[in-house]
Design a protein around this ligand. Structure first.
Ligand SMILES: Nc1nc2c(ncn2[C@@H]2O[C@H](COP(=O)(O)OP(=O)(O)OP(=O)(O)O)[C@@H](O)[C@H]2O)c(=O)[nH]1
Length: 757
């Protein structure tokens, strides 16, 4: 009954951890009604249809097959899990091996089906981002702006899939972050008011002041800019701020008003969160600015930095508004006659090709310089897209194909399909490995430990781990020289860089309060209208210029280049798996063939997880130089931010200059160098510790029968067989997809209409 089941749950929870407990609750609450099942099935089917509606039928079939495979695997895991829980339900002491299995099963059962693919759209205001998204999702979701207002200047996360309509999520600042922001904004404004009498002309109509005023008014209403920090803290904002700090907007709710109200809550940190999470970045630029405006270059550099720091593996330039072309001007500029280009359509077409050629070459060179020469990003054939969102709807000048919106859609679909395929393959393989081991627990023989010891497997692993550590050390050593050289360059160029940041052609006009905002924000300031200012990043740039290609090389994909890290981990995995197979063959490892296979699978799982860990650490390593510089200059920024009175702007600059001088003399760049080296060491340490720990657990588990950890579990042979079948169908699903693709290529090759839907 419910009561005793609950007290049992508490007991099991104490032994296995909260994870298990939560899931048992789920199992108990699951009422197995046929009707409910039928309803679920129907819902799943219509949900699938909705989610896959953007895919052509061939891709839909592949996606459905993968989904089916995944949900069946999940069901087998669930059944196994329930049986396992049943067999240990009344035990006082659950062997650690069984605990490990139960928790691994749970992790796999609860694993989300597919993480979203984040595509970041970076572009100046009015570049055409909203219009582009609308065209891609074929919905008028965002309101494009007339050019007067900025609307999408905030972090929005557009997603489709699990719900009826498209959603946009806006991530707001936390309470604490907003308080900090509010303090800086009020401090900036009140200093300005105090200054007005003393320093007329020094800081009129400053961008930072306007921005701060606008922000406060947007949240608290007119007059807020004159109120004190404590007073505003007690005031309720005009709009409703959700406690979750995430606003989810459905397609029909999206209005410009909402965006403008809330984006004030967004800031620097959030900006990086978007960017760094993205696996794809599209730098959006209209046809007129793509030829190299300052903002465009800044965004491109920002994207490249994100590629180094974060998860991004793909960058493309999306040139918008390609329909905008004045034919007579175009012909005149290119000294062409009407015979060469007969009409607007041909001119647009010709210009698109030209823009693509030029921009691709420039982008490739930039990428080569910044990322390692073997980076996968460089191999992408479509580095530049020339699109027209307007023509996508109107089709007066260009056909739908020619607007290149379908091309971008296809790109997204391909990525999604590919991600699904890889995720399900990994999932099924991992599940199979786990079932192999669970089933083998019920074998009567207990030979494993002896085998493992006799075969010298443990020593082999230890030796290989040491070798891996050395290889990582050698791989990270590649950064030493450029890092050192970067420090030399930084030492000789910081005065010039700082000078350029602190001087404006029109004097101190408009600079004073911006500088104050920079100082209040530890050297960083991002406004709506100006290019982002980051003094720490600017001073550190010479170091990044030197290390960038090597850094990119170390964290590049699996290509076996001189300094890449991942091939060493792959080689380690391969040598371990080969050893398992060899031991199995040498010892005629009949009884334990299950475990041998499990060990092989488990090694892939352990080392697969390592990749995510490395990617997460990479960000901290890359940021180490700028963070260290920022940390060293903190007190100098604080001092400068306090300055008021006559000639305050000049005095602030002076404090910053002197502060930087002092810190450089005291080894600021050398400390930044050490900080990065230290972060690399931490990563090396983390990798080896993780490998050692996980492999030790795995070997203990494999030999647990011999260690008295064995426990007779429920019979899961039927689940094992089902899993074996699912594992086999992996290859079938992949073959089917390949077959369908070949068939489509064949049909398209012969069809007069090549442009398939
Ligand atoms: N001719 C032409 N105009 C376009 C096209 N795409 C967008 N526009 C116009 O450009 C202006 C800005 O477009 P948005 O999509 O709002 O630009 P945005 O990048 O989202 O702007 P923010 O929200 O301020 O960041 C609007 O007036 C659009 O109608 C296009 O393909 N062709």
């Amino acid at each position: 009954d419910g009561q005793s089941a609950l007290s049992e749950l508490v007991r099991v929870r104490q032994r296995c951890g909260a994870h298990t407990y939560n899931s048992i609750c789920l199992c108990l609450s699951e009422v197995d009604h046929d009707l409910r099942k039928e309803l679920m099935k129907k819902r799943r089917r219509s949900d699938q249809e909705r989610r896959f509606r953007a895919f052509p039928s061939m891709e839909q079939s592949a996606l459905k097959e993968y989904e089916k495979l995944e949900s069946r695997t999940r069901r087998v895991l669930s059944n196994t899990y329930q049986k396992m829980i049943h067999s240990v339900f009344l035990d006082d002491c659950i062997p650690s091996g069984v605990k490990y299995l139960i928790n691994r099963l749970l992790v796999l059962i609860e694993k989300p089906s597919l993480d979203p693919i984040y595509i970041g759209l970076l572009g100046s205001t009015g570049a055409g981002k909203s219009s582009l998204i609308n065209a891609i999702i074929q919905q008028a979701m965002f309101l494009p702006v007339s050019g007067e207002n900025t609307c999408t200047s905030c972090i929005v996360q557009v997603s489709s899939g699990c719900c009826e309509c498209f959603e946009a999520k806006i991530h707001l600042l936390s309470d604490q972050e907003w308080k900090e922001e509010l303090r800086n904004l009020t401090m900036l404004l009140h200093r300005t008011q105090e200054l007005r009498g003393e320093e007329a002309g020094d800081g009129d109509s400053d961008d930072a002041v306007e921005e701060a005023t606008w922000r406060l008014q947007m949240v608290y209403g007119p007059g807020a800019e004159r109120r004190r920090y404590e007073d505003l803290l007690r005031t309720k904002p005009k709009g409703k701020i959700p406690t979750s700090r995430v606003i989810t907007l459905k397609a029909e709710e999206v209005t410009a008003r909402l965006f403008s109200l809330f984006f004030i809550y967004l800031r620097e940190r959030e900006r990086e969160w978007t960017i760094d999470k993205c696996s794809v970045i599209w730098v959006v630029s209209d046809i007129e600015s793509a030829a190299g405006g300052r903002a465009h270059e800044d965004l491109l550099n920002e994207s490249l930095r994100a590629c180094q720091r974060g998860f991004c593996r793909d960058i493309a330039l999306v040139v918008t508004k390609t329909d905008k072309l004045h034919l007579t001007e175009y012909l005149r500029e290119r000294k062409m006659g009407n015979q060469d280009v007969r009409n607007q359509h041909e001119a647009v077409f010709q210009r698109n090709e030209m823009v693509k050629l030029q921009r691709r070459r420039i982008l490739q060179e930039k990428l080569k310089r910044k990322l390692s020469a073997d980076s996968k990003v460089l191999e992408a054939s479509d580095l530049v897209y020339t699109v027209s969102a307007q023509e996508y709807w109107q089709q007066t000048l260009l056909t739908e194909e020619e607007t290149e919106i379908p091309k971008l859609r296809e790109y997204i679909r391909k990525r999604l399909l590919d991600k699904k395929r890889r995720a399900v393959t990994k999932y099924v393989i991992e599940a199979f490995g786990l079932l192999l081991l669970t089933d083998s627990f019920n074998l009567a023989e207990s030979l494993s430990n002896e085998h493992l010891t006799m075969s010298g497997l443990r020593q082999f692993v230890e030796r290989k781990t040491e070798l891996l550590e050395k290889a990582i050390e050698q791989c990270f050593a590649h950064i030493e020289r450029p890092l050192k050289e970067g420090v030399q360059v930084a030492r000789t160029s910081y005065r010039r860089i700082l000078g350029a940041c602190l001087v404006r052609s029109r004097g101190n006009q408009g600079l004073h309060q911006t500088l104050k905002a920079v100082c209040l924000n530890n050297g960083v300031y991002a406004s709506r209208t100006l290019a982002r200012i980051d003094l720490n990043e600017a001073i550190s740039q010479p170091i990044y210029d030197q290390i960038d290609p090597v850094f990119g090389g170390i964290f590049s994909d699996r290509k076996p280049t001189g300094c890449a890290l991942m091939p060493h981990i792959d080689a380690f995995q391969y040598s371990l798996q080969e050893k398992m197979a060899e031991i199995g063959a040498r010892h005629g490892w009949k009884h334990d063939s299950y475990k041998k296979s499990f060990l092989i699978q488990e090694i892939s799982a352990i080392l697969g997880d390592l990749e995510g860990y490395i990617l997460r650490r990479k960000r901290r390593i890359y940021q180490a130089v700028t963070s260290s510089v920022q940390n060293d200059l903190k007190s100098c920024y604080e001092e400068a931010a306090q300055i008021t009175g006559k000639k305050a702007c000049e005095r602030m600059k002076d404090v910053i200059r002197r502060g930087v001088e002092r810190q450089v003399a005291e080894g600021m760049f050398e400390r930044a160098q050490e900080r990065m080296q230290h972060q690399f060491q931490q990563l090396k340490h983390g990798i080896t510790e993780k490998v050692k720990g996980s492999i030790a657990t795995m070997l203990t588990l494999a030999s647990s029968q011999g260690d008295g950890l064995y426990k007779e579990l429920a019979d899961i042979s039927s689940e094992y067989k089902a899993m074996e079948r699912l594992h086999r169908s992996l290859a079938e699903v992949a073959e089917n997809a390949q077959l369908r693709r070949s068939m489509q290529d064949f049909l398209l090759g012969r069809s007069p209409n090549k442009a398939a839907p």
